[in-house]
Design a protein around this ligand. Structure first.
Ligand SMILES: CCCCCCCCCC(=O)SCCNC(=O)CCNC(=O)[C@H](O)C(C)(C)COP(=O)(O)OP(=O)(O)OC[C@H]1O[C@@H](n2cnc3c(N)ncnc32)[C@H](O)[C@@H]1OP(=O)(O)O
Length: 138
């Protein structure tokens, strides 16, 4: 098990320590299994309508936990594709869990699935992403 805490000098909206507007998320994961996860209470500035999270921020969270699957393995890459299924509203009055896992990789192409769950374990949104990794030779 590995933990990635926000780092000074990183201004990433999701995980950097130096973005004053950012979420400063800490992630956990298993590099050997190709997993990453975190739990947090979404701030209300992520709102879309009513008490629901904005769909663009849902995409951001799925992208973020997907990228951490790679970071856990010491890989650096960027999102090429992100396909999202919005299944239920992400309610802003309680914590959420983000989970990502590696499906497979073909050289630099890494296929990663992710999801957002509520405390009851309901899947609220799911994604499948293609990341292109810069620092792998396998
Ligand atoms: C430096 C590290 C920083 C980490 C930050 C992480 C932050 C969180 C993640 C992000 O939000 S990153 C920000 C959002 N992403 C971007 O800004 C990336 C913008 N896109 C690019 O820079 C380029 O498109 C990219 C470097 C990803 C790839 O460009 P390339 O010209 O190298 O590749 P190309 O686009 O031709 O496609 C790559 C491969 O994917 C394949 N492909 C594309 N769509 C596919 C699909 N749907 N299914 C399967 N394969 C697919 C495509 O056929 C091709 O296969 P081959 O390499 O075998 O020819």
């Amino acid at each position: 098990m590995k933990t990635l805490a926000p780092k000074t000098g990183n201004s990433c909206f999701g995980c950097g320590a130096d973005n004053p507007l950012g979420l400063k998320l800490t992630f956990h994961g298993d590099p050997e299994k190709g997993t990453a996860w975190t739990e947090f209470l979404p701030p209300h500035f992520l709102a879309g309508g009513a008490n629901m999270m904005h769909g663009g921020f849902i995409a951001l969270l799925l992208d973020e936990v997907s990228s951490k699957v790679l970071s856990m393995q010491g890989k650096r890459g960027v999102t090429r594709n992100l396909e999202i299924s919005y299944q239920k509203p992400v309610n802003l009055s309680g914590p959420v869990r983000l989970e990502g896992s590696l499906i497979r990789h073909e050289g630099r192409k890494h296929f990663i699935k992710a999801r957002i769950l509520n405390p009851g374990g309901d899947v609220l949104a799911e994604s499948e992403a293609l990341f292109l990794v810069f620092n792998t030779s396998s």
